[in-house]
Design a protein around this ligand. Structure first.
Ligand code: ADP
Length: 592
């Protein structure tokens, strides 16, 4: 029934109600009519019988059986029905429908229903088939007293045919009316069903289109208040859906933008532990293209730890975080959280810089402690020795005190250099304020500080810088750079050698070079000498008063002023010594 079209169902229902509603009363009326006609015919038969009885009585006596039959036959023809006279023995003595000669051949009528009952009850009627006339008749009979036949029965028989034809006439009318009603009703019901179906089809079509995403679709049905209300409701529903979808889309886009813009790699797992979606940051971490969707984390990261953590979180265990090294320099902290749909969110946070800084801090603390411990141990040892009164008077005491002073100076140097480094780092964070500065003047200032040490070692400084040499720098920082490089060059060079400083104009910047004739720096150390506390020869450096921080300070200062510093050893065309290069931007023209 469900698969039958709405219109057909409507028509079936309509006809199921209509047919009994029309046929039952019609059938009842027809049957009542039929009974009425039969009843009237029966009354009529009694009337005919009474008339015939009276006429026969008036006519009697007859002069023999034949004239009686002839008169009866004529009367039957005149009245248009059959008249029969039956003796009390049941023998037929006259019959308007049978020839006189054939009367002796007729059946005995004593057991005919109407005859039997008329004899018993005085008057009787019956409807039955006549074996004599071979048709259905209404019989009416009553006793008659004739002079020649005192206990006879007179019977009239009216054929049912005219009743039947009357009934057939009514039946035909009845069927014609019924047919007309049905045809009219059929046409009306089809039109009605169509009129009902059209708006329903429109509603179905519209809701289908809205459901398929055509949210601009609206309904306009003007077929009565119910359909108007229905279309208004559907339109309001479409408005609401459209509004909600726009809102959801907007929120989704915002979330996607956040998701895609995150620096952290994010991976969404479904409840089966398979990757459902990833953001752009994750594709760079895992080097996976969007095709990693549907894979297990293990297949993408090749890391069993991640897989186990994901499985644990999806299984409902306590969320945890782990550290995953991707390569030598990159390390990620991975946080996992279970989400309500049974899956999990996995966030990859790049903590490489954090770890590196932590290591730098640890190394730095270890280095500082180590650097300070050596002179401190020495100071402590000598000071304790000097506590001995006898020793204080001896000549060694002066040597001890000198050593203590030297180590104390060393410690002071370290602390000063550390302070300088910290100062520069702070400045770098706040960004260096560079101004047009004469580099030649800065070098002269640095040279003045280093002069005593150079004179002590008989080192000649060849200053090829021609003043003014205006660069974009901070005077104090540049002086510090020259001082540290000059200090290194003098300290590490043997006596009676030469240190050369030069500046080369290189279109937008100056290239400064400070060359010495010292032992030089092996290739493998050249990059690392700029690290804090890095020394090629620790003991020698310490002995010469080095702190291991000089070049680190230089690199910080130069970079903060927008330049770069490096070392070449041995310099081009030489077999020993080293040359430290650094660049600085030229100052703007309008600020000479
Ligand atoms: P230090 O105070 O020990 O000199 P620096 O940071 O200034 O520390 O230098 C780091 C290391 O680089 C030094 O210990 C030394 O081994 C090496 N070095 C620096 N300058 C020179 C140079 N001009 N000649 C040879 N080696 C040098």
């Amino acid at each position: 029934m469900k698969s039958i079209h709405f219109r057909t169902r409507l028509l079936i229902a309509f006809w199921l109600i209509l047919i009994p509603a029309v046929c039952i009363p019609a059938f009842y009326i027809f049957k009542t009519l039929e009974a009425e006609i039969v009843r009237e015919t029966k009354t009529n038969a009694f009337n005919q019988l009474a008339l015939t009885h009276w006429m026969v009585k008036q006519k009697a006596p007859f002069h023999g059986p034949q004239p009686m039959d002839q008169w009866i036959t004529r009367l039957g023809e005149k009245l248009n029905y059959r008249i029969t006279l039956v003796k009390s023995t049941g023998r037929v003595i006259a019959d308007s429908a049978v020839a006189f000669e054939q009367l002796p051949d007729m059946d005995n009528h004593i057991y005919r229903e109407e005859i039997m009952r008329a004899r018993k009850e005085g008057i009787a009627q019956s409807i039955r088939y006549s074996t004599t006339l071979k048709r259905k008749l209404i019989y009416a009979a009553k006793p008659i007293m004739l002079p020649e036949h005192p206990e006879s029965i007179i019977r009239v028989a009216i054929p049912m045919s005219h009743i039947e034809s009357q009934l057939t006439f009514y039946a035909n009318r009845f069927w014609a009316c019924l047919g007309a009603i049905f045809i009219l009703t059929l046409v009306a019901s089809v039109i009605l069903a169509r009129r009902l179906e059209n708006p329903i089809d429109q509603v179905i079509q519209a809701t289908k289109e809205i459901g398929e995403g055509n949210l601009d679709k609206r309904l306009e049905i003007d077929r009565g208040p119910e359909f108007l209300q229905l279309s208004t409701c559907i339109n309001q529903m479409a408005d609401k859906i459209q509004h909600n979808i726009e809102k959801i889309t907007e929120q989704k886009q915002e979330l996607e933008a956040v998701f895609e813009g995150m620096q952290e790699g994010v991976m969404l797992l479904d409840k089966n532990g398979r990757i459902k979606s990833t953001n752009r940051a994750l594709t760079t971490i895992a080097q996976c293209v969007p095709s990693c969707i549907g894979y297990r984390p293990m297949e993408v990261f090749l890391n069993p730890e991640i897989q186990t953590a994901c499985d644990d979180v999806i299984a409902g265990k306590q969320p945890k975080s782990l550290r995953i090294p991707i390569d030598e320099e990159t390390i990620y902290e991975v946080n996992l959280v279970k989400i309500p749909d049974g899956g999990a969110v996995v966030v990859f946070h790049d903590i490489s810089e954090l770890v590196r800084l932590e290591k730098v801090r640890q190394d730095f603390v270890a280095n500082v402690s180590h650097e300070l411990r050596t002179p401190l141990t020495s100071i402590k040892g000598y000071a304790e020795t000097l506590m001995d009164k006898n020793l204080r008077a001896s000549t060694d005491a002066e040597t001890f005190i000198k050593t203590i002073v030297k180590n104390a100076n060393q410690m002071a140097n370290i602390v000063n250099d550390l302070l300088e480094l910290t100062r520069q780092q702070q400045k770098q964070q706040e960004s260096f304020e560079t101004v047009p500065t004469d580099a030649a003047e800065c070098f002269s200032n640095a040279w003045e500080i280093c002069l005593p040490m150079a004179e002590e070692k008989n080192i000649h400084v060849d200053n090829q810088l021609a003043s003014p040499l205006v660069v974009s720098a901070e005077a104090d920082a540049l002086t510090q750079v020259f001082r540290n490089l000059l200090d290194n060059a003098i300290r590490h060079s043997p006596d009676h050698t030469q240190v050369t400083v030069s500046g080369l104009d290189n279109s937008d910047h100056f290239l400064f070079a400070l060359r010495d004739e010292g032992p030089g720096i092996a290739q493998r150390h050249q990059k690392r000498v700029f690290e804090r506390f890095y020394r090629v020869d620790k003991e020698r450096s310490r002995a010469s008063g080095g702190t291991g921080l000089g070049l680190a300070i230089c690199r910080h200062a130069v970079r903060s002023m927008g330049g770069e510093i490096w070392v070449q050893s041995p310099p081009d065309g030489r077999t020993k010594g080293s040359v430290f290069y650094f660049t600085l931007n030229k100052a703007e023209r309008e600020n000479p």
